[in-house]
Design a protein around this ligand. Structure first.
Ligand code: NAP
Length: 492
């Protein structure tokens, strides 16, 4: 099917395509390139903002980079091998994604400024009808949702936070107009974002107060003993070496505690080497198993905390006043700026996008009724021809999410091919296949470090269920998603 008319707000025109992709981040772009390369038919990408990049467009905090080596944190068809190897900064990754969208000819397929409001499966026509919030309408046989998991900032409810008189912003909504030079800055949170921005702020600000609730495990940056960055090998080999090195960690995260003890020893030695003050060291020593929260990698985080201008505050925050942060012990610390490095609302994007499947029942209603359940994190029974990218339980604590995205893109293409091969119009995963996958997944998750490691993290919901991570090796996911099993699906 080719384009009918361009959909424009208020014109009432409906744009038709074979595939509609929502989002132009790593996932949506990967899907778009996959569709283009496979010649899988006409497609349109709807992107709410004015540029590609998703999380790498939104997160612009100082020091922002990806802690996965770029040769692995890139598409297999376009390995991003930086000069000097290692990890790419946010501007480099954004530039990489811009280049991919241009070089693979998918930019022209993207409608920017198109924020999707809702979607509805038309049973009779076997088509998805999608509307943007400004009223543009789209009709497509297949719908791919690549809206990402981590982009709605979570701001803690701290009494008085609204009364703060100075600049206050979240790490993912960095206010670059605020000059931090010489200012007293409070950073709340010590996760993956904080560990990257704290060294930058410590160097720039007059004084830094780091409010820590739970200390993270921090490893030195260079963890690859294979030293792929120094070996003159091709991008493909460097990628493979980096991949298999990362997979070793998966064994530990899903195995007994003894397997990750050597890693804890490594992190402890790193802390001992970098922090001399015993009291600060104690405050920075985690009391849970490594890997339970995301393992952080930094060589300059601990040194930044030992600077004379930096103070690590472990007393809980009780209140924020117009010019100060007050902790539970009653200490009032005046500050000029507050940075919330407090993470994201994980269920955000999918929970907010009403997608009505068979019988008019939305994805959200299904999940409220039955719990968050999918098949392979990609399809949901009752939502024919709809596919999630980076859906529930497809995140990784040990390797590159791009590997998972590419597994999903292949699966979506295989599902479309199955529909064509069978001369059908739609495919829906069977409820029993979904239930079987779900039961097996959660059985494996129960003993993994994220649930058994003695910590709380965004990986695990308040009810104790891990809806975020894939347990075990990522290659298992690749194998599991490689084919679309006919017997697990209904075609019609
Ligand atoms: P996060 O890991 O969820 O960390 C949030 C931090 O804020 C935690 O230290 C948390 O403490 C703290 N916090 C939350 N509410 C608080 C409160 N009321 N008072 C005090 N502290 C509070 O968020 P993030 O650092 O933005 O990272 C989120 C995810 O983004 C990562 O896990 C990762 O998947 C991704 N990310 C990746 C990279 C990369 O290089 N690949 C970089 C940045 C982010 P508790 O630990 O006590 O809850």
């Amino acid at each position: 099917m080719t384009d009918a008319v361009e959909a424009r707000p208020g014109t009432g025109a409906v744009r038709h395509s074979r595939v509609l992709v929502i989002g132009a981040g790593f996932a949506g772009l990967g899907m778009a390139v996959g569709l283009a390369r496979a010649g899988a038919g006409e497609f349109v990408v709807l992107e709410k903002s004015d540029e590609v990049g998703g999380t790498w467009r939104e997160n612009t905090y100082p020091g922002c980079e990806c802690d996965v080596p770029s040769v692995l944190y890139s598409y297999s068809f376009a390995p991003h091998r930086r000069r000097g190897g290692g990890r790419a900064s946010q501007p480099e990754i954004l530039d990489y994604l811009r280049r991919v969208s241009d070089e693979y000819g998918v930019r022209a397929k993207i409608e920017f400024g198109a924020e999707v409001g809702d979607g509805r499966w038309d049973e009779a026509a076997r088509r998805w009808h999608v509307r943007t919030v400004d009223g543009r309408e789209y009709v497509a046989q297949f719908l791919v949702v690549g809206t990402g998991a981590l982009h709605q900032p979570a701001l803690p409810r701290i009494p008085g936070a609204g009364t703060f008189g100075g600049p206050a912003f979240h790490s993912a909504q960095w206010d670059h107009s605020v000059d931090l030079t010489g200012k007293t800055v409070a950073v709340i949170g010590t996760g993956a974002s904080a560990v990257q921005l704290v060294p930058e702020l410590a160097a720039r600000a007059g004084a830094l107060q780091l409010y820590q609730r739970t200390p993270p495990w921090v490893l030195p940056r260079r963890t690859s003993r294979l030293a792929v960055d120094r070996v003159p090998v091709t991008g493909r080999i460097a990628r493979a070496l980096t991949y298999w090195n990362a997979e070793l960690l998966a064994a530990g995260l899903n195995g007994p505690p003894a397997l990750t003890r050597p890693l804890e020893g490594r992190a402890r030695r790193h802390l001992r080497r970098q922090v001399q003050d015993p009291e600060l060291r104690r405050a920075l020593t985690p009391g849970y198993r490594i890997g339970c929260k995301r393992i952080l990698r930094s060589d300059d985080y601990y040194p930044a905390l030992s600077l004379p201008g930096t103070q690590v505050v472990t007393d809980p925050i009780a209140e924020i006043r117009p010019d100060a942060v007050v902790t539970a012990d009653g200490t009032v610390r005046p500050v000029d700026v507050i940075v919330y490095a407090t993470g994201f609302r994980v269920a955000g994007p999918l929970a907010r996008l009403p997608l009505a499947g068979r019988g008019g029942v939305t994805l959200q209603e299904r999940w409220q009724r039955d719990g968050i359940a999918t098949h392979l994190g990609i399809t949901v029974a009752g939502l024919p021809n709809a596919f999630l990218l980076t859906g529930p339980n497809t995140g990784l604590g040990h390797s590159s999410l791009v590997f998972m995205i590419e597994s999903q893109v292949r699966h979506v293409l295989a599902a479309m091919a199955l529909v064509d091969r069978e001369g059908a119009g739609a495919v829906d995963v069977r409820a029993d296949a979904q239930a079987g996958f779900h039961a097996d997944l959660h059985e494996r998750l129960a003993s993994a470090v994220w649930s058994a490691g003695g910590c709380a993290s965004w990986y695990v919901a308040a009810d104790g269920t891990n809806h975020s991570l894939w347990p075990g090796f990522s290659w298992r996911y690749r194998l599991r998603t490689r084919r679309v099993r006919r017997r697990d699906h209904e075609l019609f």
